[in-house]
Ligand binder design. Structure first.
Ligand SMILES: [Zn+2]
Length: 243
């Protein structure tokens, strides 16, 4: 949720109950809903929220989102609460997945990215519908956003992702430090999110497919060649079975 003290934007409401509780707690109305992709844990709360909604539902044009919603393509701009969000096509987890980026040019607050299940802190989504090449390109687009962009991922998977990242790059000091920070936050019941693009470039193996240590580990895991797509594909397969 993003709000201005009066009105809120809701992102990927998988469940209506916590959204309604937060709106009531803080006395907020609902100005709009942003959906990144079609999975039930991102759209499951839509029907129950619509009676309270005082604005549109936006979603990816190429996916089957519960209607009505305003379909968005890459490059579209959504305006809510006086903020512009640029729509970015980021296929890989699903084939029509989109992300929403607010550049906040000239404002005091840093930019904001809602990236759904494409980018997690120290990880990425599973490739349910897309290819390694698509996910590699999607993550490259996100990596090119401003370094101070606040990365609002849809799941708190950081701790287990960092365990995997450390296996990929045992000598990466940023990952070792992130593990300590992450464990301290989680022990207090606090989130590790939002992350930043700067941080993800340093600790996220899926955003580091051109780094020698990452390429080396991917080749050991059976990457067909040293291209970004092959490295990402091998990492993703490895992570799927990593415990
Ligand atoms: Zn998903």
């Amino acid at each position: 949720m993003l709000h201005d003290g009066h009105r809120a934007i809701i992102v990927d409401p998988g469940d209506a109950a916590p959204v309604l509780a937060a709106l009531d707690d803080q006395g907020l109305t609902m100005a709009g809903i942003l959906v990144t992709h079609h999975h039930p844990d991102h759209v499951g709360g839509l029907a129950a929220l619509r009676p309270r909604l005082q604005g549109p539902v936006f979603g990816p044009a190429r996916e089957d989102i519960p209607t009505p919603f305003e379909p968005l393509q890459d490059g579209a701009v959504v305006s809510l609460l006086g903020l512009d969000f640029e729509v970015m096509a980021v296929p890989g987890h699903t084939s029509g997945h989109i992300a929403y980026f607010h550049a906040s040019a000239g404002e005091v607050e840093p930019p904001v990215l809602f990236c759904g299940d494409t980018l997690f802190s120290a990880g990425c989504g599973r490739l349910f519908e897309g290819t390694p090449a698509q996910m590699h390109q999607s993550l490259a687009r996100l990596a090119a956003l401003p370094a101070d962009t606040r990365v609002c991922c849809a799941h708190e998977y950081t701790e287990s992702n960092l365990r995997f990242a450390a296996a990929v790059e045992p000598d990466n000091a940023d990952i070792a430090e992130a593990i300590v920070t992450c464990r301290a936050l989680r022990a207090q019941g606090l989130p590790t999110l939002p992350s930043t693009i700067l941080r993800e470039r340093a600790i996220n193996p899926f955003m580091r497919c051109d780094v020698a240590a990452v390429v080396g580990s991917a080749v050991q895991q059976g990457a067909a060649d040293r291209s970004g797509a092959a490295v990402l594909g091998a990492l993703r397969e490895w992570k799927n079975n990593f415990r």
